[in-house]
Structures are given as structure tokens and as C-alpha cells.
Design a protein around this ligand. Structure first.
Ligand SMILES: [Zn+2]
Ligand SMILES: [Zn+2]
Length: 408
């Protein structure tokens, strides 16, 4: 079967670091780490594993970061190579292991992509898994399964950018006929947006800032509104299409950083005092109580700290490699900065449920839907076009793009 794989090596990585500056096509050209190739179909690797056939698979911002080698070299030790890319899946069960209960061939499913202690059958689980934070599992490089944080970053499981891949029964959730394939393929993304909201739940009446209204920012706004939290949400977003979607999803105010003064607007919206150092950017005292930084760049993290109120919490969801951070606002305002990845277990309506179960429940009951963010679909062999469009989303009017594998 055909698969789009990521095959890391120092020569390929070094070549792309240099050649990619001249033409970005080099990042997915013949000498890059990205390879479209024939691979053997995966075989069930144990009694509790399933073989799944893909219908749709998303193209995540983290996949683009991977292809453009934006991930910090630290992440190398938490992946195994070569791996098939793709962790946002809507799939059909093709085959089940001998001990799998509750699933049969033909079931339509979505997959929690985290390769935690449960998937690795490590017992007792690590402290992070035991306390409901599998995305922070300590055993991503341990156990029988090859190293990998998520499906789509592990050599043994395969991934969504091919016809078949493998999943452990603990990862798999059946979905009802009420859920469309498009809603299903967005379930992983939705879970990754619900999780930071659950973990850093804004309070009624608070001023919330969402930096970056791409897929994740829009998902965060939608999640806050679907959970019925009566807070005031401001989004910072330069792209008109995303601004429009943010308004549809329930944002109260949009700041367009390309033609508005973000600090002045923050003063207007929150009553903050703005101070203007001679040799640094302005800093607000007072400001936003919760900041969801869905970009995670040097500029946005610095801005988040400067716009945040005293004792505010900043949730960094965007994955980049920020460079110089001015920590003055952090200690002056007593800020809490917390990273957030993936999903886990949440307190919801008096129960402890996985973020996936909550996402599936909300979608099935029609309380939340982000499938309208899908703007483009590609066949697998159109992957170069898909990468090109993901590199220039604003120019192509793209928000979320997916691969359609239904006739592979
Ligand atoms: Zn993702
Ligand atoms: Zn663990």
C-alpha cells in the first residue's frame, strides 16, 4: 500500500535545513525526510490490537511543522523512524485481535492517538497516565511498542496517511450514524481543543484572549461556547476568513494585529493600563484573565505575557520554538504559563470521562461541530499540493485540509 512517511536522518535533515531556505519544495522533495512510498500492510501486533482502514485523515498543523522541520531536535527521541504520518482519523475496523471485545469488522471508529501506558500495556501506569494525563505519559519511549507519542509518529502503528494502520483497543471509539465522516475526522482536533479548555476553564465574566484563530483557536472558541461558559472572548487574528469563522463560532471581539494596536484595544476591552517602555514593547497591567496561545511563537508568547492580567493563566497550545522571552511580565504579574498537548480525562457533569468520550457525546447530540472548518480535500498522491496549500493557507482560503482515502 502507498504511504506518506517521515524518515529522519541527519543528512536529509541537514540538506533540507539549507536547501529549504532557497525553495520550500525541498522540504518534501526527493532528498527530504518526506517520502511517498510503497510499504507492507501492517499486521495485528497482539490480541488487543485492531487493524483499521482509513476513510479520512486530517492534515494537522503539527504535521506541517514536522515536514518543515520546525520541531525542536529534542522531539527526535520521542518518535521512531520511518513512520507514516497522520493522527486525525475516521476509520473502519478491518480486523480485530483475539481478545478485542466490543468491536467488529465494519464498525466506523475514531482513534485517540496517544500511545500511552495503556497502549503500551505497561502496568502499573506512570503517574501522568494514572492521574488522567496520558498526553504527558512518561513511557513514550518504553515498552514493546516502538517509541512514539502519538499514532502518526511511531514506526510500529502506521498512521492515517495510508490505507491501513493499527490501534490498540484502548484507543478506539465507535461512532454512531448520527456523526458524519467529516465530524468524525475532526474528533481528534476537537478533543485537543476541549482539553485545554477543561484544564484551564475560564470563569463566568472573565476576559479571555485567544491568540490565533486557525483550526485550534476556532476549536477553543467553539468549545468554550459549547460548554456554556459566560465569558468575554477576544481573538487576535489577521486573516479575514478566520476572523469571520471566529465570529460565527462565538468570539465577542476580534483584534486584527495587521492594522490595529493590540495594546490600545486591550485597554479598551479590559480597562487595562498600558505602559510604554522606551526600549521594549508596551506592557499592560490588568488585561486578560485567561490567554490561549494557539500559535506559540516568540512574538505570541511575549504578547500573551504583556496582555495578561495579574495572576492570569496562559495556556500554550501552539507548537513552535520560541526564542527570546522577556520574563518581566511573568514575575511582575505572577503569571502561570502552562503547556497543553492532546487530551486526557476530564471532570464532566459529575463524571470522569475521556476527552474523546465528551467530544463524541457533544457532537452526537449536535452541541458542537467544527467539521465546517474543512475547506480542502486531497487524494494521497496529491500530498505535494496539500503541503503547498497548508504552507499558504490564507492565500488559498484554507482552514482545515484532509486526505480522502475512501477509494484507496
Ligand atoms: Zn493534530
Ligand atoms: Zn504513562
Amino acid at each position: 500500500m502507498k504511504a506518506i512517511q517521515f524518515d529522519f536522518s541527519i543528512p536529509k535533515w541537514g540538506y533540507c535545513q539549507v536547501a529549504g531556505r532557497i525553495s520550500k519544495k525541498e522540504y518534501y522533495g526527493p532528498r527530504s525526510c518526506v517520502q511517498f512510498r510503497d510499504v507492507p500492510e501492517p499486521e495485528i501486533r497482539g490480541p488487543r490490537w485492531l487493524k483499521l482502514r482509513n476513510i479520512l485523515c486530517g492534515f494537522c498543523g503539527s504535521d506541517l511543522g514536522l515536514i518543515l522541520l520546525h520541531d525542536h531536535p529534542t522531539t527526535e527521541v520521542f518518535s521512531s523512524f520511518p513512520f507514516t504520518i497522520g493522527h486525525e482519523n475516521c476509520s473502519i475496523v478491518e480486523e480485530v485481535g483475539s481478545d478485542v471485545r466490543g468491536f467488529k469488522k465494519g464498525d466506523r471508529v475514531v482513534v485517540d492517538a496517544i500511545l500511552d501506558c495503556a497502549v503500551r500495556e505497561i502496568d502499573p501506569p506512570c503517574g501522568a497516565c494514572a492521574s488522567g494525563f496520558p498526553a504527558n505519559c512518561e513511557n513514550f519511549a518504553e515498552g514493546d511498542l516502538s517509541t512514539g507519542t502519538f499514532t502518526g509518529f511511531c514506526a510500529d502503528t502506521g498512521g492515517g496517511w495510508s490505507k491501513y494502520y493499527l490501534a490498540h483497543e484502548s484507543q478506539v471509539y465507535k461512532i454512531s450514524d448520527k456523526v458524519t465522516d467529516e465530524q468524525a475526522v475532526m474528533m481528534e482536533t476537537l478533543s485537543a481543543c476541549l482539553h485545554p479548555v477543561f484544564q484551564s476553564m475560564p470563569e463566568s465574566g472573565q476576559d479571555v484572549l485567544v491568540i490565533g484563530c486557525g483550526v485550534i483557536g476556532l476549536g477553543v472558541i467553539t468549545s468554550i461556547r459549547a460548554l456554556g461558559i459566560d465569558c468575554h472572548i477576544t481573538g487576535i487574528e489577521p486573516v479575514p476568513l478566520n476572523q469571520e469563522k471566529a465570529r460565527e463560532k462565538g468570539v465577542d471581539e476580534i483584534i486584527d494585529p495587521s492594522n490595529e494596536n493590540v495594546y490600545e484595544r486591550t485597554r479598551e476591552l479590559t480597562g487595562a493600563h498600558v505602559y510604554k517602555p522606551t526600549l521594549a514593547k508596551p506592557i499592560c497591567m490588568g488585561g486578560f484573565d485567561r490567554v490561549f496561545d494557539c500559535v506559540g511563537s516568540t512574538d505570541t508568547i511575549n504578547e500573551a505575557c504583556r496582555l495578561a492580567a495579574g495572576r492570569a493563566k496562559i495556556v500554550v497550545i501552539g507548537i513552535q520554538i520560541p526564542k527570546t522571552i522577556d520574563w518581566t511580565p511573568v514575575w511582575m504579574k505572577g503569571l502561570t504559563i502552562i503547556g497543553d498537548l492532546g487530551y486526557g480525562v476530564e471532570d464532566y457533569q459529575g463524571k470522569r470521562l475521556s476527552t474523546f468520550e465528551i467530544a463524541i457525546d457533544l457532537v452526537t447530540r449536535g452541541k458542537i461541530d467544527i467539521s465546517d472548518l474543512i475547506t480542502h480535500r486531497f487524494k494521497l498522491d496529491q500530498y505535494k499540493e496539500a503541503i503547498e496549500i497548508n504552507m499558504n493557507k490564507a492565500a488559498y482560503g484554507a482552514i482545515k485540509t484532509i486526505f480522502d482515502l475512501s477509494d484507496q
